[in-house]
Design a protein around this ligand. Structure first.
Ligand SMILES: N[C@@H](CCC(=O)N[C@@H](CS)C(=O)NCC(=O)O)C(=O)O
Ligand SMILES: [Fe+2]
Length: 363
């Protein structure tokens, strides 16, 4: 199975990408709104087809990326029938299966943190995604969203601890950076729910956590009850806000965090853009040649000469392969240039596509 654990440092949320390597069908568990672009880039780079986004519950601390990903990939949204959410494609009940290629996740209702909490168990029971029902050496709080410590106790004991001891557990959050545990480990060492602890002890523990409500709760819960669909026109444009300065060209975003532009688009639409070539002078005048209108500013002297680049027009950066120019886009963005893109594949790809150059040797 293809498997990735992704992290949102803001809310300490884990997002899980699972895919069948044969059919490339994928599911994403608990995507985060602000990371939909990152997750989308990874899905594309791995050549996957996003079939489902699955929520473990209606989150109180971050907004789901489900709606944004559905808009981009046509993925279907699924969460618990007890979630109270609208806009999902499928409302899941205990015992159902969510299939992706030849693989499947079994749905287990594990309420208690919220009334609509689900855990997803890989069909061979080697892995379980427990959301906030069971955290590593901890568990989700039970003091809002119809939480109930009694219910959570039974969920963990009857629906998670009954999995094989070796089953790996992947939580919805970890506030210390821990990434995975196992059923055996949590049965033995969970300070709230270990097998030696009784329900009364657990309820006592949970009623005295003394946690402040999540900072984003008033925003996150209503948005998640709409599966992450922004409410109204203004928010819909906010949904694309992180990329608002990137609408001047058909840019794509890589998992490495770089905005890229394809050579054929630049060849047709280069007028009005500033093209900066960050190679060394001998390369600029060397065998690959350079693109007409490109301004030579070697990467080593880019920052010192940055004031010679205008902020009025978008900037495209080029080098031999696209590596040094990717770093140049980072330096430019750090210096306050909002409209910056890397020429994908650099001069090598430009030449391989037989696009015109000045100088250079014929191939
Ligand atoms: N300070 C965090 C609080 C996060 C929080 O309350 N998380 C919930 C999960 S949605 C929880 O159950 N936390 C358990 C704990 O912190 O022990 C925030 O503002 O977002
Ligand atoms: Fe939660």
């Amino acid at each position: 199975m293809i498997f990735r654990q992704l992290f949102d440092p803001q809310s300490s949320t884990y997002t899980y990408l699972l895919a069948d390597p044969a059919t490339r069908e994928a599911v994403l568990i608990d995507p985060v709104f602000e990371h939909a672009r990152r997750d989308g880039a990874l899905i594309e780079e791995l050549g996957l087809k996003l079939a489902w986004t699955l929520e473990t519950h209606v989150h109180a601390d971050h907004v789901t990326g489900a709606w944004l990903l559905k808009r981009r990939f046509g993925s279907r949204i699924a969460l618990s029938k007890d979630s109270g959410a609208e806009g999902a494609d499928r409302m899941l009940a205990d015992g159902e299966r969510v299939r992706f290629g030849k693989l499947a996740l079994e749905v287990r209702a594990t309420p208690g943190h919220t009334s609509g909490c689900l855990s997803y168990v890989l069909e061979d029971r080697s892995m379980a995604f427990t959301g906030d029902a069971l955290l590593i050496r901890g568990c989700g709080r039970t003091d809002f969203q119809q939480g109930s410590p009694q219910q959570l106790f039974r969920s963990v004991r009857d629906r998670i601890f009954t999995l094989p001891d070796a089953c790996l557990l992947y939580p919805g959050h970890d506030y210390r950076g821990l990434t995975a545990s196992s059923v055996a480990e949590e049965k033995m060492y969970n300070p709230r729910l270990a097998e030696s602890i009784g329900e009364g002890d657990f309820v006592g523990y949970m009623t005295h956590l003394g946690l402040a409500h999540p900072k984003l709760m008033a925003v996150a819960v209503p948005a998640n009850l709409r599966c992450g669909r922004p409410d109204g026109e203004d928010d819909a444009s906010a949904a694309t806000a992180p990329g608002a300065a990137n609408d001047w060209a058909p840019l794509s975003y890589t998992f490495a965090g770089i905005w890229e532009l394809q050579p054929d688009w630049l060849a047709e639409n280069g007028a009005g853009l500033q093209l900066i070539d960050v190679r060394e002078p001998e390369e600029f005048d060397g065998a690959l040649g350079h693109i007409k209108g490109a301004k030579l500013l070697p990467l080593g002297s880019l920052v010192a000469n940055i004031s010679s680049i205008g902020k009025d027009r978008p900037v495209v950066v080029v080098c031999r392969s696209g590596a040094r120019s990717a770093q140049a886009t980072v330096l430019l963005r750090n210096a306050g240039y909002a409209k910056v893109a890397n020429l994908a594949g650099g001069m090598l790809r430009w030449r391989s596509q037989r696009l015109p150059v000045e100088g250079g040797t014929a191939d």
